[in-house]
Design a protein. Sequence first.
Length: 267
Amino acid sequence: MDPRAACLACLQPPTPRLLEAALWLAAEHQPTLQPLEVLQRFNDLLLQVRQGLPDLPSRQLAQPLLQRLNALQFQEDDEYPLRPHSALLNRVLQRRCGQPLSLAIVAMELAQRLGIALHGVSFPGHFLVRAPGADHLLDPCSGRRLYTRECRDLLQQHMGPNSELQANHLEACDAHSMLQRLSRNLRQLHLNAGEPLAALKDAERVLQFGPATVPDHLARAEIYQRLDCPQGERFDLHLALLLCDDPSQRLQLSQRLRQLERGPALH
C-alpha cells in the first residue's frame, strides 16, 4: 500500500491508529520499513511497561506510565543539531529518544492498549499530554507535572520572555493535528539536514492533515526555492498572500512575487 494513503487510512474514526499512522509516515522516507512488523515488536515494550506499573486505578496511571517509560530510558533527544531520526517513530523506538511529540505518540499508544486515558496537548515549543479531568499537564519526556506556573515558564523558555499563556495552549488536540505537527517537525529537520526532497514530502503532507497557515506555504516556497523551482515557489507565495492579513508581510510577499515574475520559469 502507498505509505501516504495508509497513513491517512489509519486516522479514520472512531479510533485513529496514531502510532501506525506515524510509522507509515516514516515509511515515506524509508521504503524498506514495514510498519506492521514494528507494531508486532511493540508488544515487547508493552509487556515491559505493564510489568512496572503500580496497582492503581487506570485513571491514576497516566503519570506512572510516563515515569515507567523514562525508567526504560525513553528520553528527549538532546543531540545538536537534531536529525530527522528524532521524529521518525521507528527510529525513536529503536533509539529510545526523540522529540517530545514522538515520545507522546509512543506513550499514547501504550496508554490506549492499557486502558489509560491520555490526550495530546499541542503546547507551543514542547508537546505535552494530559489525563482527562486533571488540573495539570504532563511532560511526555519525564512524566513531570506542569501546573499553570510551570506551563508559563515552559512557554517563555521556548517562545520568549514576552509570551503569554493562552487557554488554547492547554487544549487537547486530535490525531490529525498531531500528525500535522509531526510533519512540520520533519519538514524542518529534513531541511536543516540538507534534504529538500524529503522536506518537500513532509511539506505536502502538512497540507493534507489540516488547514494550512501562511508559514506552511512559506516553508514549502523555501523548499521549492532550494530545488530551483520558481513555478512551485510562486504558487505557494500566492497562497500565502491570500491567507496573509499582515500589511507589511503582504507587501513583502508582493515584492517577492514581482521579482519571481521577472525571472525565467525553469520548470
